[in-house]
Design a protein. Structure first.
Length: 274
């Protein structure tokens, strides 16, 4: 690590930074120093895209993918907390040593002294149990350090936004991230082992999928229809998320304003939603 950072992003897996990549770009644009801590190395990811005779762990590929993604977004330091990654269906309270994770995050906060922490929400964004555990560990570490900055979680609901009904509670801050479309798309492209998760449903490759896509376009005004509209490319994926929603988890001690009100009060791309 290269010393203090203004912003600390804490995620569960390599590729989770995608959910807040536009906000990261916004902060990089203003010159804030950023560090990213990833709790796992993503070893439970899909190795289908790796050659069968490729003697390398999925974790090695995903770690490198995250480092490249972070570089594109403007993050200087990437730290891995080395917790075992397990499939989401078997994640439970015993999957990690949560006291150890919280302790590692506490030391990071004390070392980096960030003004802003960005992390998962209490519902895990779209319900992922590992995301929920990261949120709990971060908030425990924040309490243990008497942290005085702002904590925001991502994947907040955005009114009328595509797929936003999957996310958490309504957002406290809305960030218009359309200006960073290509950088966000490039960062996702580095996560080739996981990219199908983001680009699902897949582009039609059979008559059945073609008919499904037609159904999606015809009934795109319904949730069932929207789920069948093909996404196909990272660029198209991010066009569906032109605004990122952030939920305030902790404000600075009075009389100080939270991070976005202090630094982006006059920026039309950032809206205080409460």
């Amino acid at each position: 690590m290269s010393g203090q950072s203004d912003i600390l992003v804490i995620i569960a897996h390599p590729d989770d930074e995608i959910f807040v990549s536009g906000t990261i770009c916004l902060c990089a644009e203003k010159g804030f120093r950023m560090a990213l801590a990833c709790v796992t190395d993503g070893d439970a990811g899909d190795r289908e895209l790796l050659p069968a005779n490729f003697d390398v762990r999925v974790a090695e590929v995903r770690r490198r993918s995250l480092e490249l993604s972070a570089m594109v977004l403007g993050i200087a330091d990437v730290i891995f907390l080395e917790q075992a990654d397990v499939p989401s269906e078997v994640v439970g309270a015993d999957s990690w040593d949560q006291e150890l994770v919280a302790g590692s995050i506490k030391r990071l906060i004390e070392h980096l002294q960030p003004q802003l922490i960005l992390t998962h929400g209490s519902l895990g964004g779209y319900g992922h149990p590992a995301h929920r555990m990261v949120h709990d560990c971060v908030m425990k570490a924040v309490r243990q350090t008497a942290y005085s900055g702002s904590v925001f979680s991502f994947c907040g609901q955005v009114k009328h936004a595509f797929f936003s009904w999957h996310f958490e509670r309504p957002s406290d801050v809305l960030v218009d991230v359309r200006a960073f479309l290509r950088r966000r798309s490039a960062s996702l492209s580095y996560h080739q082992s996981e990219i199908d998760f983001f680009l699902h449903p897949y582009f039609p490759r059979s008559l059945r999928k073609f008919l499904s896509a037609c159904f999606g376009y015809l009934f795109s005004f319904t949730a069932t229809g929207r789920k069948r509209v093909p996404i196909a490319t990272p660029l198209r994926f991010f066009k569906r998320f032109p605004v990122e929603g952030l939920m305030l988890q902790k404000s600075p001690d009075p009389p100080y304003l939270h991070f976005f009100m202090e630094h982006y009060r006059n920026d039309p791309r950032v809206t205080n939603n409460r």
